[in-house]
Design a protein around this ligand. Structure first.
Ligand SMILES: Cc1cc2nc3c(=O)[nH]c(=O)nc-3n(C[C@H](O)[C@H](O)[C@H](O)COP(=O)(O)OP(=O)(O)OC[C@H]3O[C@@H](n4cnc5c(N)ncnc54)[C@H](O)[C@@H]3O)c2cc1C
Length: 377
């Protein structure tokens, strides 16, 4: 009999498994694929992390803790994970990224700088803002390498005594109330534990019993381009991460050149409303996927509009309000749910792991999670 079982060893599940093992729990994690695979939501070489959070100022305390925990994981594993570049939130003054990040910066007294279009262009020559657009600079922003992060979490979990079951899909789970446990079945065995954590990413709708929670996986595409000119201007010590919300359009975002020159510079549209299921998502890249990205960079970052070097699909699991669902399963107190990270969860993984461990062991957490209550729907 285990203390806890975690289903899904992506970002959230690995972090939770790690925390539980470090607190002396006998735990096992199950993953249908291998370590840091590219079929879910946690691949593609880079994930933005930023402090002046436009989605809601309530995220800032969680971000402070996440930064500390990523740095601690770096120290513990000797693996560089978090790279600070600064970050620009771009768009008209009333756009969500600019207005929201300014609100968070003011509420929490965060360092920030507001620049007009001309000043932004002088400091970051590849960026061509429309006259009415402005920039908020978040000096604490940067990026994480998701594959390196998952590797570090898995090593730390197994070093702390967790069992990691790769390539072992969970076929069914149930709560056995009379015996006070949960039962998990895979093709290889039957496992019992006191607690179950569902961390299935885009597979959550399948893992949750009906009536389920409002979780909608969506297909997203990330692309890597070779700069057409001024490649040196995209170096990480000169070029920041950015999120750009032009008037009346979906936001797009990108990174500096985080890898070798041959890997190019990554850019993507944010939260494209393209519902899918995790098992049937179309992973082929279509000409229209790339065209939609090129249209944005042709106008705003023309130096980046060079040869397409790579493109990959990924999934966001959306909730109606784009805040995650984190807490106890509405019908089973032995089961915890962590899903619906709505395309912005990666940066929070270590603090989500702590929160899940708190809930599993103590039934509550001191971290602010009201925003994520499963009961709000
Ligand atoms: C293109 C893209 C860009 C993004 N950019 C950012 C960003 O810049 N910053 C940011 O913070 N976030 C970003 N995100 C969001 C972030 O990556 C996700 O919120 C986060 O990775 C979700 O983690 P997860 O653990 O919920 O899902 P995953 O990492 O996908 O893990 C779920 C795991 O569960 C496994 N699983 C499911 N069902 C079973 C089963 N029955 N048995 C065994 N295993 C199972 C899956 O195989 C999978 O490995 C982005 C996402 C995408 C797709």
């Amino acid at each position: 009999m285990l203390d806890a079982i975690v289903i899904g060893l992506g970002a959230m599940g690995s972090a939770a498994l790690c925390q539980l093992a470090r607190r002396g729990q006998k735990v096992a994690g199950f993953e249908q694929f291998g370590l840091a695979h590219d079929q879910g939501s946690s691949h593609g070489a880079s994930r933005i992390i930023r402090m002046a959070y436009y989605e809601d100022p309530a995220y800032v305390p969680l971000l402070r803790r996440s930064y500390e925990l990523w740095r601690q994981l770096e120290r513990d594993t000797g693996e560089p994970l978090l790279h600070l570049t600064g970050g620009l939130m771009l768009g008209p003054a009333g756009s969500a990224p600019v207005r929201g990040s300014l609100a968070s910066a003011r509420e929490h007294g965060l360092d920030h700088e507001v620049m007009d279009a001309a000043e932004t262009g002088r400091r970051y020559p590849p960026l061509h803002l429309a006259a009415e657009e402005i920039a908020l600079l978040d000096p604490e922003a940067g990026y994480l390498n998701p594959e390196a992060c998952l590797g570090a979490l898995a090593r730390q979990a197994s070093g702390s005594g967790a069992e990691l079951h790769w390539q072992e899909p969970v076929e069914a789970w149930e709560v056995d109330e009379p015996n006070g446990c949960v039962v998990v079945r895979t093709g290889r065995g039957r496992y019992e534990a006191g607690r179950l954590l569902l961390c299935g990413g885009a597979w959550m709708p399948k893992l949750l019993e009906p009536p389920g929670l409002p979780l909608t996986p969506t297909r997203q595409v990330m692309a890597w381009f070779a700069p057409a000119a001024n490649a040196a201007a995209f170096a990480p010590d000169r070029f920041p991460i950015y999120i750009w919300q032009p008037e009346g359009e979906l936001a797009f975002y990108g990174f500096p050149a985080t890898g070798a020159a041959s890997e190019g510079v990554k850019v993507a549209r944010h939260a494209v409303p393209d519902p899918c299921t995790a098992d049937s998502v179309d992973r082929q890249i279509r000409a229209s996927d790339i065209e939609a990205i090129r249209t944005r960079i042709a106008r705003r970052i023309p130096d980046l509009n060079g040869r397409l070097l790579a493109a990959k699909t990924c999934m966001y699991t959306m909730t109606p309000d784009a805040h995650a669902i984190l807490g106890f399963h509405p019908r089973h107190e032995r089961v915890l749910v962590a899903g619906g990270f709505s395309g912005h969860g990666f940066k929070f993984a270590p603090v989500i792991g702590k929160i899940l461990a708190d809930l599993a062991l103590e039934g509550r957490t001191r971290h602010p999670i009201a925003l994520f209550s499963p009961r709000r729907f």
